[in-house]
Design a protein around this ligand. Sequence first.
Ligand SMILES: [Zn+2]
Length: 248
Amino acid sequence: MQPRSNRLQQMIQWVVDIFYPPSCMTCGAAIAATDGICPACWRQFPFITRPYCERYGTPLPFDHGGMSFSPLAVADPPVFDRARAVARYDGVARELVRQLKYNDHPELAAPMGQWMVREGAELLSSAQLLVPIPLHRFRLWRRRFNQATVLANEIGRRTSIAIGHETLLRVKATRPQVGLTRKERAANLEKAFSVNPSEISRVAGARIVLIDDVMTTASTGNAAARALLKAGALSVDLLVFALVAKDA
Ligand SMILES: [Zn+2]
């Protein structure tokens, strides 16, 4: 005989399934279990696998064995140590990010966070603090929640790593990054972040992993990492769900 709370949970699930049958998180096709994607979407999922650039996390065309670096990482290394992403920001992965960000589907953060824990295992194993990249207050109000925060909550829940919700402050209203050149993006984001004075003791000497949903260029991660390193962080890595992969 099952405990009462389990039976109650099952009953609730039946009712939910009748009114909201489980559907694929990206295309809406009917599937067997909740929190999943259908086999067709799964096959198209643009997972990033090795070889990828050790610094930027971007996929590389050839495996040279050992540590690999993209030409960009050699010519223009990032401020953060290492970036890792679950997927290329494309197709099914892009749709998941869009659903999480704009369509009020915070429940997607659970499977997305789970994938990030797996892909970011190397970064997370030595991390002492997770810091979600904050949105500017105006954009937070429009979107109602910060997708970086909900992903950080999921990762923190699964790894027991502390989360610095108030660690980084966005100090300047930045223009949307869309349509700006690389140089313009960097200038737009210069001094965009500062470390909350009350959090400095937490940041000093800590190994930190920044969390965000998407890395478009490295400029946001660089600006956030610069602020944390200035405040005495020992190391800063960046873990995102998806990255815009340019030809390496
Ligand atoms: Zn699907």
